[in-house]
Unconditional design. Structure first.
Length: 124
C-alpha cells in the first residue's frame, strides 16, 4: 500500500460511527396494551443491538424505563440508529395477572430528530 495513513484514517472514521445506544436524536414513545386495553405503569427493558428477545430480558438489558402509575407508555430518549429489542412487563388489573411481551425495533437515519411511536402487545 502506497499510503498507510489513508487506511488508518478510514479505519478510525469507520470505528467512530457509533450505532445502537443512547446519545442520538431519536425519541421513542412505547405504549403497552393487553387485549387492546392499556397497561398502566409498565416497565420497558431495552436491549441494544438486538433483533430477538434476549435470554432473561429483565436481567439482560442495557436500559430500563418505568412509566408513572397513571401512564400506559414510557419515553425512551436520545437513541442512535440501530437495532433494539423492547420488552415490557406490567400488571393487568382486569385479569389480575402479570403481563409481558416484546417487539424488535429498527431506528434508521430517517428517524433522526423524530419521536417514533411503538405499540408493545403484552400477554399472560
Amino acid at each position: 500500500m502506497k499510503n498507510p495513513t489513508i487506511l488508518i484514517l478510514l479505519l478510525l472514521i469507520a470505528a467512530s460511527c457509533k450505532k445502537n445506544g443512547t446519545g442520538g436524536k431519536t425519541d421513542i414513545t412505547a405504549f403497552t396494551a393487553h387485549h387492546l386495553k392499556p397497561i398502566y405503569g409498565p416497565t420497558v427493558y431495552v436491549k441494544f443491538n438486538a433483533t430477538e428477545l434476549p435470554q432473561n430480558p429483565t436481567d439482560n438489558y442495557d436500559l430500563k424505563v418505568t412509566a408513572e402509575s397513571n401512564e400506559n407508555h414510557v419515553h425512551i430518549l436520545s437513541l442512535l440508529p440501530g437495532n433494539y429489542y423492547l420488552f415490557a412487563t406490567g400488571y393487568d388489573s382486569s385479569f389480575r395477572k402479570q403481563v409481558r411481551g416484546g417487539i424488535p425495533l429498527k431506528i434508521t437515519r430517517k428517524d433522526k430528530d423524530k419521536e417514533v411511536n411503538v405499540d408493545i402487545a403484552v400477554s399472560e
